[in-house]
Every structure is written in structure tokens, then in C-alpha cells.
Design a protein around this ligand. Sequence first.
Ligand SMILES: NC(=O)c1ccc[n+]([C@@H]2O[C@H](COP(=O)([O-])OP(=O)(O)OC[C@H]3O[C@@H](n4cnc5c(N)ncnc54)[C@H](O)[C@@H]3O)[C@@H](O)[C@H]2O)c1
Length: 270
Amino acid sequence: MSKRLAGKVAWISGATSGIGAAAAELFAEEGARVALVGRRLELGQRLADKIEAAGGQAMAIGCDVGQEDQVRDSLARTAEAWGGLQIIVNNAGMVHVQLLHEYSESDWDRLMAVNVKSVFFSLKHGLSYFKQVPRSYMVNVGSISSFVGQAGTPAYTSSKHAMLGLSRSIALDYAADGLRCNCVCPGITDTPMLREHLDTTPDPEATLANRLQRVPMGVALTPLDVAKSILFFSCEDSAGITGTSLTVDCGYLTSAEWEHPGRTAFMEQG
Ligand SMILES: NC(=O)c1ccc[n+]([C@@H]2O[C@H](COP(=O)([O-])OP(=O)(O)OC[C@H]3O[C@@H](n4cnc5c(N)ncnc54)[C@H](O)[C@@H]3O)[C@@H](O)[C@H]2O)c1
């Protein structure tokens, strides 16, 4: 069977770990030349070496996606190295666990820059490459927090809701240029980000086990599970689909059941 991304060039942000790293390896297996874009150049280089050793083509590029010039330059380096660019995966993201009234303005701004503004930057500076080809693809990584609230992460939840709106806007405004833009929304995925988040709780393993009790499939996703959906939207397997989202969550959002702490202020008289 022919490889699904043969001849394609992909730019994947946050490709140094977790979902982005899994997507990079999968894309390379499917024949793409892959730019591994992230802040941690050494990790990216290690993964690029691994991909090349397995017969793929990859290049690590240091980039803070919250900085417009770095996004622009990393896209240019990718397109120059391989003669074009057809796929952008906006996967890089961060979480800030704090109640809203405890945030500083810079906490809020930084998260929004990394999680949302980065998509704007990548479209703005990637469009000229997309316009050179009849078909191009943008996949944005949202979250189940694109649809529902999540305790203690107000900026993250806001950013992931915004990601969905931005994906729809991009899909509308650039369909005439041959771009399809979709959003993959993962549930609980076992990555360094999840572990970091769990580590803010007193007993991380107990917290995870407790959360998984609300997941119909009863397990956490692997990064590869999510990467497969990113691949789907990055090739003609998803022909005809744009401006939509795909929830990949082991059934998490299908349940309306929720555990509450027993009493809330609204239950008190008066
Ligand atoms: N793990 C989950 O349960 C889960 C659930 C829903 C959505 N997501 C989303 O999936 C995406 C990938 O996260 P992950 O779970 O693989 O976590 P991860 O921490 O392994 O990966 C996030 C990547 O983004 C990179 N990154 C962060 N800030 C950056 C910046 N300023 N510039 C460049 N790169 C930056 C990190 O270095 C890392 O490589 C994120 O957008 C996250 O919000 C994760």
C-alpha cells in the first residue's frame, strides 16, 4: 500500500514529547518529511536521529511558538529545506493550574500566546506555502476542554475553546485556497503534560485512577491513539472534511454523570 504522506512536508509543533512526538514518528513512517518544532532542541534532535535511523526524514528546529518571529522562521526553514510545506500541526500546548483570581496578567498572556496565538502565527506565516499547492492541511490539537470546563485551569480551558473557534474560522476563510483545517480533541492521554498535571495533586496515581473511573473505556489514551487522528486529518483519508472537530477520549464526554463533593454552598439553607 502506498504511504499516505509520501512527498509531503509537515511542520509539527511540540514534537519533542507526548502526542507531537508520536505524530512525528507516525508521519515519517507514512512518508512525510517532518520538522520537529519545539523549545527543547536537544530532545527534538534525538527524535530526529531516531526517525532517520528508521529510514525516515526529520529535522529538529528550536522554536518558542509563542514568539511570532520564531514561528515564521521555523516555517521558512522547513519550506526552504524541502521545497515547500503542505501540513501544519499546531500541537504545542501548556497548562497553568491555578484559580483565576490568583493569576497574574502575564500568566494568562503567556498561556494564550502558546496555546492560541501560535495558531494565528502559523497560519499567517504558513499560508504562502499552502497557496503554492492545490491541497494543504492544518490540524489543531484542542482538548475535551474545548467543550467542557475543567477545574483549576481557566486559561487552558479558554484557550482550548478558542482553538475550536479559530479552527472553524480558518476552515471557512481559506477553503478557497485548498486548505482544510480541523481540530483533534483528546481526552486523558498519558504524556508528560498529564503527569505534570497529576503531580499537582497529593496522590497522582490515585487521582488518575479516580478520573479513569469516569471514562467508559477505563483507560488513558496513548499518544499514538491521538496521533492516528491527527494523521487522518492530514491526508486525503479525511477528504471533504473541514472546520470540524474529532473527540478522541475513550468515551469520556459521553457521560453526563459527575461526582460532586457531597455538599455545595447551594445546598445550604438561606
Ligand atoms: N495529555 C493530555 O491528557 C491532553 C489532553 C487533551 C489535550 N492535550 C493537548 O495535546 C497537546 C500535546 O500535549 P501532550 O499531552 O503531548 O504534552 P507534552 O507536554 O508531552 O507536549 C507538549 C509539547 O509542547 C511543547 N511546548 C510547550 N510550550 C511550548 C512553546 N512555547 N513552544 C514550543 N513548544 C512548546 C512542549 O515542549 C512539549 O513538547 C497539547 O496541546 C495539549 O493541550 C493533551
